[in-house]
Write a protein that binds this ligand. Structure first.
Ligand SMILES: [Zn+2]
Length: 253
């Protein structure tokens, strides 16, 4: 594995090295975006005691380990959230570099980190903010123009079909069950999938997302957490995972 990373060269290495810092930023985004708090100022205070954190308190993962998972000032447990997001961002970079080397790994990371933030926000807050889903559609189309302009029509159609397809499923579900099963954010996220992957990828993306959601529900059940008829899992994290998996299989192939 380290051999593959060495082959990836400076571009691959720098992605892996910056990824925990990107993860710190994503952590701030995941926490603040749903509340509408300013994201730009970064994580500057301890959530428990409000003390201003210094540079040495903000080194991804390492500060957390050095302080034993507690705030150095008030000794409150810091929780797994920030190191968790930082490690997830690192895992995205390692996966991208192992699969694609230094060539298109930065693009894999851009999409992977973006989807990581979206999926995590949906998991915590049950929403997929437009400020993240809509630009992801535009960037997907821009990437298509840059890499393979002949496919632009197909990817633009993918974005439109992704949105309309999931909006139609949501409307059917609402009529049949009399309650919301999918949010509007899911349709915009599937539009982004279509923009990045094209029309042909939409059915397998939905299928893999649905299967992984079922698998997750099964795991929760095994763990003793039963999802009742009216409880549900957010679909965004599974759509995000599935989209990234198909993007990676496309670039690797
Ligand atoms: Zn504190």
């Amino acid at each position: 594995m380290l051999g593959r990373i060495a082959e990836a060269g400076a571009a691959g290495w720098s992605l892996v090295l910056i990824s925990p810092f990107i993860g710190s930023f994503l952590g701030v985004l995941i926490r603040r975006l749903p509340d509408g708090s300013p994201v730009a100022r970064g994580r500057s205070r301890c959530d428990a005691c409000g003390v201003t954190l210094r540079a040495r308190d903000l080194v991804p993962v390492l500060s957390w380990l050095a302080a034993g998972g507690r705030c150095r000032y008030c000794n409150q447990p810091l929780g797994w959230f920030y190191p968790g997001v930082e490690l997830a961002a690192l895992a995205v970079a390692l996966t991208a570099v192992l699969i694609d080397g230094g060539q298109t790994a930065w693009l894999d990371c851009l999409l992977g980190w973006w989807l990581l933030a979206l999926g995590w926000i949906d998991l915590r807050s049950w929403l997929l903010p437009d400020v993240l889903t809509l630009p992801l559609i535009i960037v997907g189309l821009a990437v298509t123009v840059a890499l393979d302009p002949d496919r632009l029509t197909q990817h633009a159609a993918g974005a439109a079909l992704g949105y309309l397809g999931l909006a139609a499923i949501a409307a059917l579900y609402r009529t049949a069950r009399g309650r919301e099963g999918l949010g509007g954010g899911d349709a915009k996220l599937l539009a982004a999938s279509g923009a990045w992957l094209g029309t042909a990828a939409l059915p397998p993306v939905i299928l893999l997302a649905a299967l992984s959601a079922l698998a997750a529900a099964g795991c929760l059940r095994l763990a003793g957490i039963r999802l009742g008829r009216y409880s549900a899992l957010p679909f965004g994290p599974f759509l995000a995972f599935s989209t990234w998996a198909f993007w990676l299989s496309g670039t690797a192939g």
